[in-house]
Design a protein around this ligand. Structure first.
Ligand code: NAP
Length: 278
């Protein structure tokens, strides 16, 4: 790497767990670029100063992770996606202006496109389980792709109602008791809760009522094959895993910072999968 190399980073607190350096490092090598991607562990009280001096520190942009995504939104000029989701995870400069987006939105839909082409053409509603931060990105992605009815089921019903207030009448808050009926009419089910993640309780949901053409997506990527995805595959349903979303959400930042649109390949998927089970 030369002194004039373009550099980006992931900013978080903590940031050790982030797989972004592995993903971007793989692409930098693959495309033989004079570039660098680093971890920056920045405490909340130091975040504003870090971002104000991002370019001075030699960065052309950054990924932002917990707990700084709202702060990054406030300190940049967000696009429609970041504004709608209420959080920014990717920053870059354009003519000296610090712009931002939320790439979880396209990460979610691009992964579905790659796993199940035409998933959005199937007749039926969507069922989104969970109403936290990632549910906002998922719901916005579904709205962008024209899904007319999105049933949101969450442990805390008030949070599903907040999503409806934010995104409009396409969102239908529903309770768990209605799931069998909702699944029978669904073309897509997405788990955005942390249930099923290593160390968390499993997601207890019976997929039997789903039609045969339904697609099941899980945002959880540790383990890669969650009990939900295993149950869907056992029923012969098409699936999209959380690691695919994580990889697809990284594409846009890399392109903005380094000028190459990278590919999400089976090799990259395997590389990160191996790292996850270490
Ligand atoms: P979050 O904002 O904290 O939301 C967590 C959601 O899970 C809420 O809806 C919460 O319900 C629900 N939940 C948690 N524990 C529960 C339990 N015991 N029973 C029922 N519901 C429960 O988290 P997030 O940022 O949305 O992330 C959620 C998951 O998505 C995490 O596993 C994260 O790693 C994953 N994720 C993956 C990607 C990717 O690229 N693949 C991107 C973002 C997130 P309440 O509202 O009732 O608390």
């Amino acid at each position: 790497m030369s002194k004039s190399a373009r550099a980006a980073c992931v900013v978080g607190w903590p940031v050790r767990h982030s797989r972004s350096p592995l993903i971007h490092g793989h692409w930098i090598k693959q495309y033989n670029l004079d570039a660098a991607y680093r971890r920056e562990e920045i405490a909340p009280e130091a975040f504003a100063d870090f971002i104000i001096r991002l370019a001075e520190r030699g960065y052309v942009g950054a990924n932002i992770t917990i707990p700084h995504k709202e702060g990054a939104l406030a300190m940049s000029e967000p696009d429609d996606r970041a504004r709608a989701v209420g959080a920014a995870n990717t920053l870059w400069y354009d003519s000296g202006r610090l712009l931002s987006t939320n790439t979880d939105v396209e990460g979610f839909t691009a992964n579905l496109d790659a796993c199940v082409p035409d998933w959005d053409k199937c007749a039926g509603d969507a069922v989104v389980l969970g109403a936290g931060g990632s549910a906002r990105a998922v719901v916005y992605g579904l709205i962008e792709r024209g899904i007319a009815k999105i049933n949101v089921v969450n442990r805390t019903p008030e949070r599903a109602a907040v999503l409806q207030a934010r995104f409009g009448q396409a969102i239908q808050p529903a309770n768990e008791a209605a799931l069998p009926h909702l699944l029978a009419r669904a073309a897509l089910v997405v788990n955005t809760t942390s249930l099923g993640m290593t160390g968390q309780p499993p997601l207890a949901i019976d997929l039997a009522p789903l039609p045969r053409h339904a697609v099941v997506a899980d945002l959880v990527y540790a383990p890669l094959e969650t009990p939900l995805l295993a149950a869907a595959r056992a029923r012969g349903l098409a699936t999209a895993d959380g690691l695919g979303m994580l990889l697809h959400q990284a594409v846009r930042g890399f392109q903005l910072w380094f000028g190459v649109r990278p590919e999400v390949t089976p090799q990259l998927h395997a590389l990160v999968e191996t790292d996850l089970i270490k």
